[in-house]
Design a protein around this ligand. Structure first.
Ligand code: NDP
Length: 325
């Protein structure tokens, strides 16, 4: 039985609870493959799980996405040793080896590096469902994207502008806004420096408000996102990097002009294998043909994962962060 290092959460808490442990990994079971992980993604969902906001019995191995090479195949799993694969929403990805359900794996296109594939899966499919399914962006639509230099943010800006949408981007500081501008955003707002964020967004949206607000910052931006919508606009609250939004009075949707509010999550937008292959295929394909770009904002060995999470939670990063087992 092979032994593998694994990034372990022994109990809920801050990043200081994280430790790398060695554990034995059995042969892959029916329908599973064993993968040597080339890179695992760092995501905010890992933070919520580590803190216990999303409860998981401890101890557990952290990490929800990655990419690597198949090293062993369980009964009935339709992959071969040597195949290059990527995945998302599979707990236990931050490890040297992982046993994964074959039905959750997607092939990595030839010519696309495994670390880029690992970096694209969770945030890429999230940006994909937000602009194609939660609110299907149309040419000429104006979209608000918060934290636009972040992992999901950079991908949202590109996918919206590729559809002919216009982006108003917020970010913390001029360097981050410059990234959003280079990727196609036309309205640029440093939300740490404005007193009335909704007014600034409305002014950038020709005075009329936005068709859709994509808000992954949550507590600190939610009210402004709602107030920045045009009549019948959509607020997609997809995360809470600044904290969770408190309970909400539905009457506020009326006051906001018959607004639509949704709190989507990736799992609900991956209902079956066809949906997984569609979203992952479009994102990995766009990266392979160069029509989508992805910034790797930092790489850390498993043993330095604390630094990776401190950087993410401390607002010190842009793009995607990776752990290299
Ligand atoms: P990011 O790379 O966007 O990092 C978070 C960014 O949020 C920071 O860099 C910072 O950017 C901004 N931010 C604003 N306030 C705070 C704060 N108080 N603390 C920390 N960050 C803050 O992260 P991800 O791309 O990984 O995730 C973005 C959001 O998307 C998260 O809320 C995450 O939970 C959510 N998400 C949701 C999914 C879903 O299906 N619902 C799936 C994947 C991610 P700045 O300095 O510019 O303000």
């Amino acid at each position: 039985m092979p032994s593998t290092p694994a990034l372990t959460v022994p109990r809920n808490g801050g990043s200081d609870v994280l430790e790398v442990t060695e554990r034995d990994l059995p042969a892959p079971g029916p329908g599973q493959v064993q993968v040597r992980v080339a890179a695992a993604g760092v995501n905010f969902i890992d933070v919520y799980q580590r803190q216990g906001v999303y409860p998981i019995p401890t101890p557990f191995t952290l990490g929800m996405e990655g990419a690597g090479e198949v090293v062993a195949v369980g009964e009935g799993a339709e992959f071969a040793v040597g195949d290059r694969v990527a995945w998302a929403m599979q707990l236990g990805s931050a490890a040297g080896l992982a046993n994964l359900p074959a039905a959750q794996l997607v092939p990595v296109p030839d010519g696309l590096a495994l670390d880029i594939a690992a970096a694209a899966m969770l945030q890429g499919m999230t940006a994909h469902y937000l602009v194609n399914s939660t609110y299907a962006v149309q040419p000429g639509d104006i979209a608000l994207v918060h934290a636009a230099a972040g992992g999901v943010g950079q991908l949202l800006v590109q996918l919206i502008t590729a559809k002919g949408g216009r982006v108003i981007a917020t970010a913390g500081g001029p360097e981050k806004l410059a990234i959003a501008e280079r990727l196609g955003a036309e309205g640029l707002i440093d939300y740490r420096r404005v007193d009335d964020l909704a007014a600034a967004v409305r002014a950038a949206a020709d005075g009329g408000g936005v068709h859709v607000a994509y808000d992954g910052v949550g507590k600190d931006t939610f009210d402004a996102s709602l107030a920045a919508l045009r009549p019948r606009g959509t607020l997609a609250l997809f995360g809470g990097a600044s904290g969770q939004v408190p309970p909400f009075d539905i009457q506020r949707l009326n006051a906001a002009g018959s607004a639509y509010l949704t709190r989507p999550s990736l799992g609900a937008y991956l209902q079956d294998r066809d949906e997984l292959l569609w979203r992952a295929g479009e994102i990995l394909g766009a990266l392979a043909d160069g029509s989508l770009e992805l910034e790797i904002g930092g790489r850390w060995p498993l043993g330095e994962a604390v630094a990776a999470y401190d950087a993410l939670e401390g607002r010190g990063t842009t793009g995607k962060l990776l752990l290299i087992p």
